[in-house]
Design a protein around this ligand. Sequence first.
Ligand code: GDP
Ligand code: IMO
Ligand code: MG
Length: 432
Amino acid sequence: MPNSVIVLGTQWGDEGKGKIADLLTSKADIVVRSQGGNNAGHTLVVDGKKVVVRLVPSGILHPDCLCLIGSGVVVNPTALFEEISELEAAGVKNAEQRLKICGAASLLLPVHLAIDHASEKKRGKNAIGTTGRGIGPCYEDKVARRGVRVGDLLDLNIFRSKLQELMEFRNFQLKHYYGAEEVSFESVYEEVLSVRERLLSMLDDVSALLASARGAGKKILFEGAQGTFLDIDYGTYPFVTSSNTTAGGCVTGSGAGPLSIDYVLGIAKVYTTRVGGGPYPTELTDATGEEIRKVGSEFGAVTGRPRRTGWYDAVAMRRAAALNSLSALALMKLDVLDGLDEVKICTGYRHADGTVTQLPPLAAVEYEGIEPVYETMPGWKCSTFGITKWEELPEKARRYIERLEELSTVKVAIVSTGPERNQTIYREDPFA
Ligand code: GDP
Ligand code: IMO
Ligand code: MG
């Protein structure tokens, strides 16, 4: 029986990871985030009430669930405590007591936000379209070995001197490279100091917690953030985020061993969306794209930006299946396509020289001139909203899902027909 399940995005983020992570947490003891930061926005809808979590794992709504933030996450402490306050205001009990953070997690500071903004401004029309949350610069500092980590707060002398070194470098860059305003060292130091005790009270050895929980037969859910094609290595580089969003990132960023994973559930919409810049072969810029955006409320949970919309891309999904060792897919938002006369699936990429390929390229420049090859199927033209049984779906909707399954080379375990927990069809239970 699978005890450790990864839930991750297989497209460009916002696939509905939050809904599925929250849903599966009813069976899990622990939920862990391993990468990303508050660029994530995971929406949970329970009894008509909407909660968006950014840094806190989606398990937090379940009162007995332990929530972990692993070493691969970039933690903005101010944003974290704002989120905890929002959760408490929404009636979530003991959120802070149930949250443990790895000492090796990076601290994301106001200077990272300043660099993110300055760097996007300098890129001009080539901007990545980041969420502006300082994510990339924080990971840069981590990899450059000048980052500050949650565990550094244990010794204020160490923390202060590390922060000084980091800020000296970043302020030089802000002033002399970007021509932007510097960030005051003392204000950052004071900001972190004001939450130091609270942060330290959450400090724990996440890797060891996971190992002992697994040993005790506990159920663990790994909650991915962003999506496969925003992965720093395998996404549409450079239009990506700065972490490994694929299954490997869940392992390195939590400290769980690779053989401790039993099941990888890929989350995908039955269409696609993308926020920010970068290649998107199946993008729809016509009335159908607009209708999908409207019916699917495709606006960013973090920045409110309208999401780009398009058809399901089986070419990209085949890559996602291999990159993540997908055990199965959860296909989300079937109801959004209810009104369409026809639905399309991208089955190949046609290149400028006429050749058709079955797998996506590895960098943004290689997408130049690519045209999607489509297979068209009839729409079902009736409501699937809230349906909970496979047999109750209209036949054409079932045929569409079965075709997605075939072309994606991954079985479909879950179909989602609405934002609420119970608006879900189970064909297989990942934890069973
Ligand atoms: P995440 O970042 O992957 O967790 O996804 P987001 O929360 O950013 O975006 C997914 C949106 O779709 C949220 O507003 C969800 O409430 C909503 N959603 C999830 N599943 C369904 C579904 O099956 N149907 C509809 N209509 N909405 C859904
Ligand atoms: P969830 O977890 C969708 C996108 C940004 C931008 C690129 C880089 O809710 O699915 P960053 O701020 O990370 O440096 O931005 O990645 N992006 C997301 N898109 N969902 C997300 O998270 C995203 N997190 C980052 O729009 O294109
Ligand atoms: Mg989201």
